[in-house]
Design a protein around this ligand. Structure first.
Ligand code: AMP
Length: 199
């Protein structure tokens, strides 16, 4: 099962990906994690990516396409994978299509968690208020200003992927505002249908 989870920050992609990892025994491939590991290990890719990442910009398509292409060849991806944080732009999505086609593979599903952005912002504000009330430490990027910026970035660069995957006929959209178990059940339905189509 090869799939992409799409959705803005705070939509619950991480939680759902973790559940899929446990249930299906396929890895979650996060390009952010892979790049951080490359920086830590001091590889050539890491050296090239570090300054860009430190500046909060996107690493070049060439670099991320290359690391994803190599990563999906590893044995733990034989049964599939969940892409997280990649593709992040339409050119990356186009590259992914070519990369997988070159390996004789395709995607089984692209699942978008559709969420109401104003409700998301409220969710973050409540979480911050609760953390402060409990005397806890608030994450540096868990504040309404940073959250708005992350949403803007998503809207500008990543949201166009929905149209791209709608165009290829691969996009499935589900209500990300539903409770977590309902979202999980809907994802499983989509994966079940994709598996039935493939067999
Ligand atoms: P993340 O952990 O997904 O927030 O990613 C951390 C950083 O890694 C980002 O700010 C980018 O600099 C870089 N990065 C991760 N994934 C990508 C991607 N698909 N394309 C370009 N840069 C990426």
């Amino acid at each position: 099962m090869r799939l992409i989870l799409l959705g803005p920050p705070g939509a619950g992609k991480g939680t759902q990906a973790q559940r899929l990892v446990e249930k299906h025994g396929i890895p979650q491939l996060s390009t952010g994690d892979m790049l951080r590991a490359a920086v830590k290990a001091g590889t050539e890719v890491g050296k090239r990516a570090k300054a860009v990442m430190d500046a909060g910009q996107l690493v070049s398509d060439e670099i991320v396409n290359q690391i994803v292409s190599e990563r999906v060849d590893e044995p733990d991806c034989r049964k599939g994978f969940i892409l997280d944080g990649y593709p992040r732009t339409v050119p990356q999505a186009e590259a992914l299509t070519r990369i997988l086609a070159g390996k004789g593979q395709g995607l089984d599903a692209v699942i978008e968690l559709k969420v109401d952005e104003s409700a998301l912002l409220k969710r973050i504000e409540n979480r911050v208020a609760e953390t402060v009330a409990a005397g806890g430490q608030v994450r540096a990027d868990d504040n309404p200003e940073s959250f708005k910026k992350r949403l803007d970035e998503y809207r500008e660069k990543t949201a166009p992927l929905s149209a791209y995957y709608a165009g290829t006929g691969e996009l499935k959209t589900i209500d990300g505002m539903a409770d977590m178990d309902t979202v999980t059940a809907e994802i499983e339905n989509i994966l079940g249908e994709a598996a039935a189509r493939a067999s």
